[in-house]
Design a protein around this ligand. Structure first.
Ligand SMILES: NC(=O)c1ccc[n+]([C@@H]2O[C@H](COP(=O)([O-])OP(=O)(O)OC[C@H]3O[C@@H](n4cnc5c(N)ncnc54)[C@H](O)[C@@H]3O)[C@@H](O)[C@H]2O)c1
Length: 280
């Protein structure tokens, strides 16, 4: 049973971006269970409204995280419901393929959603927390969904991995910038998670195989891990730690990593074939 984070009688709102489905939806569920008045947001308004109703959230709103003004409008709406307690930057997009194979639009979208979208969200949340502190409501929690790929070179996902490394870097610097205001920043770097993002990957493609070579989590496990950091001083967590260690080592020895990569993909492809045979 999750620990309640919000004191009875003093409700706090929590905004989750990209929360209509997948990991964001699981985070929204976790925050509802922990007593927050949750605002489910997504670029897909119909899906956001449906999810909000389904999980008992307070509202389902449209938010394209790449729009700074729209982030500010959602923060204002959340504060009408209850003082802001948490903001989770979860929305993300992934396009498979080498940098030369993806389109300009795809490359731009990954940077705009995965990096700038996080920056605009953190900015409005931090401003809200500071305004609230001025009237005696100190602190707040910021969650950032990074990825295991933040730690390692990933062939075929260079842009995506770079965006995740960028937000992990942001989280560690923001922690230092915001801690004096008791605003706590927490990032999570999980390995693969079973969501529509992974379902949409080419089953024969290299990315799906590289994920299969690692650990696949359920969205709820990842959501719990992120929200468990709220109220603590933990800045980031990697799931599983051993994959993070391998990833960091690979970053320090990229020539070795490039040689090992095809072996990992073979292992992953074999696992996928075995899993497909089991479901036949
Ligand atoms: N699934 C994985 O294996 C995995 C692993 C590590 C990290 N992550 C990260 O976790 C986060 C969630 O991933 P997921 O697997 O649940 O993805 P998903 O594709 O299943 O869901 C992403 C949600 O974000 C929304 N979205 C897309 N662009 C948006 C925008 N501009 N503004 C607002 N919402 C937008 C989508 O409509 C969708 O509802 C992402 O940041 C992803 O990079 C995923």
């Amino acid at each position: 049973m999750p620990t309640t984070l919000v004191q009875p009688g003093s409700p706090r709102s929590a905004v989750v971006t990209g929360a209509a489905r997948g990991i964001g939806k699981a985070i929204a569920v976790e925050l509802v269970l922990r007593g927050y008045e949750v605002v489910v947001t997504d670029v897909d308004i119909d899906a956001a409204e449906r999810t909000a109703e389904q999980i008992g959230a307070r509202a389902g709103l449209r938010l394209d995280v790449t729009d700074p003004d729209a982030n500010a409008a959602v923060a204002a709406r959340a504060r009408e419901i209850a003082p802001l307690g948490a903001w989770v930057c979860n929305a993300g997009v992934l396009f498979e393929g080498d940098l030369t194979a993806i389109t300009t639009g795809q490359a731009r979208a990954m940077v705009e959603v995965n990096v700038l979208g996080v920056m605009w969200g953190v900015r409005v949340a931090a401003e809200a927390f500071r305004e609230q502190a001025a009237i005696g409501m100190k602190g707040g929690e910021i969650g950032i969904m990074a990825s295991l790929s933040a730690h390692a070179p990933v062939q075929g996902l260079a842009t995506y991995a770079a965006t995740k490394a960028a937000v992990l870097s942001l989280a560690t610097s923001l922690h230092a910038e915001l801690r004096k205001d008791r605003i706590r920043v927490h990032a999570l770097c999980p390995d693969g998670v079973s969501t529509p993002m992974v379902d949409a990957m080419d089953p024969e493609g290299g990315t799906r195989a590289i994920l299969a070579a690692g650990v696949m989590y359920e969205p709820q496990q990842v959501a719990q891990a992120l929200v468990d950091m709220f109220g603590t001083r933990r800045v980031y967590r990697t799931m599983p730690v051993w994959r993070g260690v391998i990833g960091r080592t690979a970053s320090m020895a990229p020539r070795f990593a490039a040689r090992v990569d095809p072996v990992l993909r073979q292992v992953g492809a074999m696992r996928l074939k075995r899993a497909a045979r089991r479901t036949d």
